[in-house]
Design a protein around this ligand. Structure first.
Ligand SMILES: Cc1cc2nc3c(=O)[nH]c(=O)nc-3n(C[C@H](O)[C@H](O)[C@H](O)COP(=O)(O)OP(=O)(O)OC[C@H]3O[C@@H](n4cnc5c(N)ncnc54)[C@H](O)[C@@H]3O)c2cc1C
Length: 316
C-alpha cells in the first residue's frame, strides 16, 4: 500500500488550531509529499484556505454541512471514514488535543483499524515512539502495514510546520447517514485575553503553595507582565483556585513552552508529565527538598509571595 495521509483539521470558531500544523510536522516524517487535510465545518472555505498554507500539505478537502457547525465526534467520525475510503488513505492523523482525543478512537473503531495514540517520534511509516507510565518511559510500537492506521500526534513533541504553502483546496461531498443519537447542546469555555496555554512560548504556573483563589491574582499579574499563559497543578485545580482547563500534567494539558516558571508546585511525576518538552524550567519553592528542583534548570528556594514582587521589579 502506498502511503497517503489524511489529517483531520482541529478548528473552532472559524480559526484553525495550531495543533493541525503540528500534526502536519509529524505527517511529513511519515509520508512527505502525500499529505491531505480534511476540514469538516458548516462553511469550511476560510479554514481550508488557512490549512492550505501549512507546508507539506498537498490538498485540503472541505466537506461543508450544517451538521458540522460544532465538532461533535459522533457526527464527524462516519464522515471521516467516508473520506478515508474515498481518498484511499493509508494513515488518518489527528492531534492529541481534546478534539483529537475524543474523535480519533471513534474513527479507528468505525474503520476497524488499529490506533497509535500520542506519537512523539517516527521511525518509519508504521513504527513510532509513544509515552507510557505518565511520560516516564517511552515505548516503540509497530502497527500492521497492511491496514489503514489511525493515530494521534503528541503536539508538544512537534513544532508547528511553517505556513508558506499554497495547497490545492477542493470542496467535497461526503454522502453519509449521520447519527441522531448525539447532538450539540452547548459549549462552555473560559475566555481569556492571555495567550493560549497549549501554544504559548511562556507559561507561568501556580500550585497548592499559592494558597487560594484570591492569591492566584499574583500569578496572573506576573504572567501578564511577561506576556505568559497561566497554568496550574492539579492540587490548585482541585482546591478550586483555578478552573480545570488550566491544569498542566498527565491528566491536564501537555505543553512545550520555551519557558516554564512554576510557583509553589512540588513536582509530582503527574505534573512533570505535562512539561517534559518545556525548554527552560524555573521553579520557585520554599522547600529546598522539593522534587521539582531535580528537573528545574533554574531553582529559587524561597517564599513565592516575596520572590514574585522581586521578579516583577527585575523585569520592570
Ligand atoms: C492519576 C493521577 C493523575 C494526576 N494528574 C495530575 C496532573 O495532570 N497535573 C498535576 O499537577 N497533578 C496531577 N496529579 C496530582 C499529583 O500527584 C500531585 O498531587 C499534584 O501535582 C500536587 O500539586 P502541587 O505541587 O501544587 O501541590 P503539593 O504537592 O502540595 O506542593 C505544593 C508545594 O508548594 C510549596 N509551597 C507552599 N507554600 C509556598 C510558598 N509560600 N512559596 C513557595 N513554595 C510554597 C510546598 O513546599 C510544596 O512543594 C495526578 C495524580 C494522580 C494520582
Amino acid at each position: 500500500m502506498s502511503h497517503r495521509i489524511l489529517i483531520i483539521a482541529d478548528h473552532l470558531d472559524g480559526a484553525l488550531n495550531e495543533s493541525t500544523a503540528r500534526t502536519a510536522a509529524c505527517a511529513q516524517q511519515i509520508a512527505p509529499g502525500a499529505i491531505d487535510v480534511l476540514v469538516l465545518a458548516d462553511d469550511g472555505a476560510a479554514i481550508a484556505a488557512e490549512a492550505a498554507r501549512i507546508d507539506g500539505v498537498t490538498t485540503v478537502r472541505h466537506a461543508d454541512n450544517p451538521a458540522n457547525a460544532h465538532p461533535t465526534a459522533a457526527v464527524f467520525a462516519p464522515q471521516i471514514v467516508a473520506a478515508v475510503e474515498q481518498g484511499q488513505y493509508s494513515h488518518v492523523l489527528g492531534p492529541n488535543t481534546t478534539f483529537g482525543k475524543d474523535l480519533m478512537p471513534r474513527v479507528a473503531a468505525l474503520l476497524g483499524a488499529p490506533m497509535v495514540t500520542d506519537i512523539m517520534a517516527v521511525h518509519g511509516p508504521h513504527e513510532f515512539d509513544r509515552p507510557i507510565y505518565a511520560g516516564n518511559a517511552v515505548t516503540t510500537v509497530a502497527a500492521p502495514a497492511d491496514h489503514v492506521l489511525v493515530a494521534s500526534v503528541r503536539c508538544a513533541s512537534y513544532p508547528a510546520a511553517s505556513t508558506d504553502n499554497q495547497a490545492t483546496v477542493e470542496q467535497i461531498t461526503l454522502d453519509v447517514e449521520l447519527p441522531s443519537h448525539t447532538r450539540f447542546i452547548g459549549l462552555e469555555q473560559q475566555t481569556s485575553d492571555r495567550p493560549d496555554l497549549q501554544t504559548a512560548p511562556k507559561v507561568v504556573s501556580g500550585g497548592r503553595g499559592v494558597g487560594s483563589e484570591d492569591n492566584f491574582r499574583i500569578i496572573y499579574d506576573f504572567a501578564d507582565k511577561i506576556g505568559a499563559a497561566v497554568g496550574a497543578s492539579r492540587a490548585a485545580v482541585d482546591a478550586g483556585y483555578v478552573p480545570n482547563d488550566m491544569q498542566v500534567g498527565q491528566t491536564g494539558k501537555i505543553i512545550s513552552p520555551a519557558l516554564y516558571i512554576c510557583f509553589g508546585i512540588s513536582g509530582a511525576i503527574q505534573h512533570l508529565a505535562g512539561i517534559k518538552d518545556a525548554g527552560t524550567i524555573v521553579a520557585i519553592n520554599k522547600d529546598e527538598e522539593a522534587p521539582i528542583f531535580e528537573i528545574a534548570d533554574i531553582g529559587l528556594v524561597g517564599d513565592l509571595f516575596e520572590i514574585i514582587p522581586e521578579l516583577e521589579r527585575a523585569v520592570g
